[in-house]
Design a protein around this ligand. Structure first.
Ligand SMILES: [Zn+2]
Ligand SMILES: [Zn+2]
Length: 320
């Protein structure tokens, strides 16, 4: 009996020591991540035209206006606190507020991005560049990484060409599949995606950190048109910020064929069979003002979360 008790208490104390070690390890991991690890910072989750949306009289748009709720156009920053710098993915019409967010929440001072990466030439993704020009900040030489068609588009069309001519921005031509090193621990790889490429090609970005990788893919026509399988790419990343423009095809009064996107219900169907840890990597982003996933309390939001997926929200941080 006594032998049994001793055995039990030894077993119990080993278990306790084990839990303490695990606890200390997790705490130190959290602290080391907070102190040193670079992270992705969500600066907006709305489709190009933002929220409130022009001409929209629905509750979510009026509430956003009346209550001055913050909803910004889709963009993420890669924050590297250790080196006191950051890179910006897409430059939205909300760039003023978004740089203020980075100032107030991260660095406690106004700093400009060391690198900008642009996915494509639709209004929510690059027009914020105008705020770097003579009429606004008058910046000097901000490095803007663009793919070849986007390079020509900005270089040869006003008002963007003036930013180049005056040296407000400095264009750097990149190509799909290039491995662009930001520093020894961070790199970015542009990947081509099919989209309405009227003025430029369209890119997604793989963002590689010291421990984790994220995919930023705010716009695509349909998953089936892509040469890469979404399921395969999910296996190779830790976070996937992907196009959630529309939840279903009956939410807008326009011909949805003119503006093709993978509907969120289609994406969830496509990924339905995946194990939960794979679904958990998905963070839906770039939601149209009609998409009720923007409302944290909607039934649709609850449904998406219950199915094991996530929705990107303003100010979230993801350590890499
Ligand atoms: Zn867009
Ligand atoms: Zn687009």
């Amino acid at each position: 009996m006594i032998k049994k008790q001793i055995k039990f208490s030894i077993h119990k104390s080993i278990k306790n020591i084990y839990s303490i070690v695990i606890f200390i390890f997790s705490i130190s991991l959290v602290f080391s991540q907070n102190k040193n690890s670079p992270f992705i910072y969500v600066l907006g989750n709305v489709q190009d035209a933002g929220l409130p949306h022009i001409g929209c009289e629905s509750k979510i748009c009026l509430d956003a206006f009346n209550e001055k709720k913050q909803y910004y156009v889709t963009s993420i920053a890669l924050i590297d606190k250790e080196n006191h710098e950051f890179s910006l993915f897409d430059v939205t019409p909300n760039i003023t507020e978004q740089l203020l967010m980075i100032n107030k929440d991260i660095f406690n001072q106004f700093i400009l991005p060391k690198n900008i990466f642009i996915t494509h030439a639709h209004i929510g993704h690059y027009t914020g560049l105008m705020y770097f020009g003579r009429e606004a900040l008058g910046s000097k030489g901000i490095k803007v990484n663009v793919l070849p068609r986007m390079y020509d588009f900005i270089s040869n069309n006003g008002p963007w060409s003036q930013l180049v001519k005056l040296g407000n921005i400095s264009l750097n031509e990149i190509n799909f599949r290039d491995n662009i090193e930001i520093n020894a621990h961070l790199s970015v790889i542009p990947i081509q995606v099919p989209h309405r490429d009227e003025f430029s090609e369209t890119s997604a970005f793989l963002i590689k950190g010291p421990n984790k990788t994220a995919l930023f893919l705010p716009d695509i026509d349909k998953w089936s048109k892509w040469s890469i399988s979404l399921i395969e790419i999910l296996e190779n990343v830790d976070y996937a910020f992907i196009d959630a423009s529309f939840y279903t095809n009956d939410e807008i009064n326009r011909n949805i064929d003119e503006i093709p996107h993978p509907l969120v219900i289609e994406t969830m169907d496509l990924l339905d069979e995946l194990p939960s840890y794979q679904k958990d990597k998905v963070y839906f982003i770039h939601m149209n003002h009609t998409n009720q996933m923007l409302d944290q309390n909607s039934d649709i939001t609850r449904d998406v979360l219950n199915k094991g997926f996530n929705i990107a929200r303003l100010g979230q941080k993801f350590y890499l």
